[in-house]
Design a protein around this ligand. Structure first.
Ligand code: IMP
Length: 179
């Protein structure tokens, strides 16, 4: 375990097992649609989860990336900027937004409005983690890997000041590391 991690919440095996279940549920829900969904992953935290999840979706999906947040430190800011827009048109497509963690809900709220304004037919959310205790805007992800308590987590894509993204598990960062 990394020296700055206080405890492990979810091991790599648990994350893979849960991603397998989510992939099966998504496959089942979208199987009869005219076209498979376009997965839109929010950079950078969702990349490891996207990579795991797509192995378990048995549909001809495509994926694209957006970078939208000016998130820094441990507080989610309300000031959301588009740093990288999609390369793909979302007109008439079913979109599945892929997130690492839903915290206040501000990021997804802004992205959902944006995609709907661009003509997406539907927008659903799959998130590896959900931290509902911190919600500021009403936001109920359609597919959730795990619910987490109000603690700052890192690993499997999630960072503190760009560190710890490569940890293969999800852990709680020691308080002294972000104070
Ligand atoms: P929201 O807009 O407040 O829902 O923030 C979502 C984003 O904040 C996530 O995509 C993460 O980048 C970041 N975030 C929120 N909580 C944590 C955490 O506990 N660890 C790492 N990143 C977090």
């Amino acid at each position: 375990m990394h020296k700055n991690v206080k405890k492990i919440l979810f091991t790599e095996a648990e994350i893979i097992a849960r991603s397998t279940e989510l992939g099966a549920a998504i496959t089942n829900d979208y199987r009869d649609r005219e076209r498979p969904p376009l997965l839109v992953a929010l950079l950078r935290g969702s990349v490891p989860f996207l990579a795991e999840l797509i192995k378990h979706i048995d549909l001809d999906i495509q994926y694209d990336f957006m970078d939208v947040t000016s998130y820094a430190g441990t507080e989610s800011g309300g000031d959301i900027k588009i740093l990288k827009d999609l390369d793909t048109s979302v007109q008439d497509l079913d979109i599945l937004l892929v997130e690492d963690i839903v915290d206040t809900g501000r990021t997804l709220d802004a992205v959902i409005s944006l995609l709907k304004n661009k003509g997406a037919r539907s927008v659903k959310i799959v998130t590896l983690l959900d931290k509902p205790s911190r919600r500021v805007l009403e936001m109920k992800p359609d597919y959730v890997g795990f619910e987490v308590p109000n603690e700052f987590v890192v690993g499997f894509g999630m960072d503190y000041n760009q560190l710890y993204r490569g940890l293969p598990y999800i852990g709680v960062l020691k308080e002294e590391c972000y104070q």
